[in-house]
Design a protein around this ligand. Sequence first.
Ligand SMILES: Nc1ncnc2c1ncn2[C@@H]1O[C@H](COP(=O)(O)OP(=O)(O)OP(=O)(O)O)[C@@H](O)[C@H]1O
Length: 328
Amino acid sequence: MTAVRFQQVSRHFGQVRAVDRVDLEIAPGEFFAMLGPSGSGKTTCLRLIAGFEQPSGGHIEIFGETAEGVPPYRRNVNTVFQDYALFPHLNILDNVAYGLMVKGIGKVERLRAAEQALEMVKLPGYGARRPGQLSGGQRQRVALARALVNKPKVLLLDEPLGALDLKLREQMQEELKSLQRALGITFVFVTHDQGEALSMADRVAVFNNGKIVQEGTPHDIYQRPKTRFVADFVGSSNVIAPEIMSSLGGERRWASLRPEAIRVGDSAGLAATVQATNFLGAATRLSVETQGTRLHVTVPAGQPIPETGASVRLAWAPADVHYMDDAA
Ligand SMILES: Nc1ncnc2c1ncn2[C@@H]1O[C@H](COP(=O)(O)OP(=O)(O)OP(=O)(O)O)[C@@H](O)[C@H]1O
């Protein structure tokens, strides 16, 4: 059984092909990330699963049932929005219980379920407050509890951590991941943050121009990008032109080379000049120039950092060069 299946699904808005013949299969219990730049069609895909949009073409199934024509509230799916969409005039418990009230569940039962959901997201006892009395991270948890209380089979998350500062975002990434494991619910997560997708997801689909350009485990996507677009978008790889690869003794094809795969020394290797150094804390990022091409190199903390303007030699293991099928 597949949790979510897209067969040649499209969604057009006038001339815009927001989603363009997408095939997709998400397994039950999977943490699936949709990653891509702004306007690449991720949110529209999520809205198609939720039922807020209908496809212009193709077929969608959710747990084996045809989704076309089924309204959002009849799908076993809930969405957590980036802006959380909490009701400011209701207290937290009523916010969380709202979906159950709409379904006609009695007061005692729905408040008990809402309390449980608040415990799940580590906010027990916060029920009497109003959304305005909570921090951003706490509001985010309430939004999550409000979706979980409905016991959806698929939880859709649209950039749910976008409004949080970095530290809180990292903490919530871990919490979301462990909650997902504990509950076994299928999570479909939209983000334009490659670090977030790679660290949280079991599988990632990379979107560009309404299409999935690559799909795989975070490791696959990072280590073996199929195209220049994926190499560039997922983790700032060096993309090296065929002429340069062949002048370096490699194949005459486009290749990607991760900044951390390049070693900097002063004896053997490719001659390069340091153009800039950028201290990042755990590492320093160098920008170097060689044969008219600029490369990025990551030097881990504790190793000597050459000065700007210094001549250095670059080396890497041939196995770290990843040739790409397609130059698009
Ligand atoms: N209701 C709409 N009417 C017209 N065009 C739309 C509509 N919704 C989305 N689009 C267009 O469809 C394309 C894909 O949008 P979508 O929101 O799915 O992208 P996205 O990858 O989620 O981007 P973001 O990260 O900015 O949310 C964009 O060009 C967008 O302008």
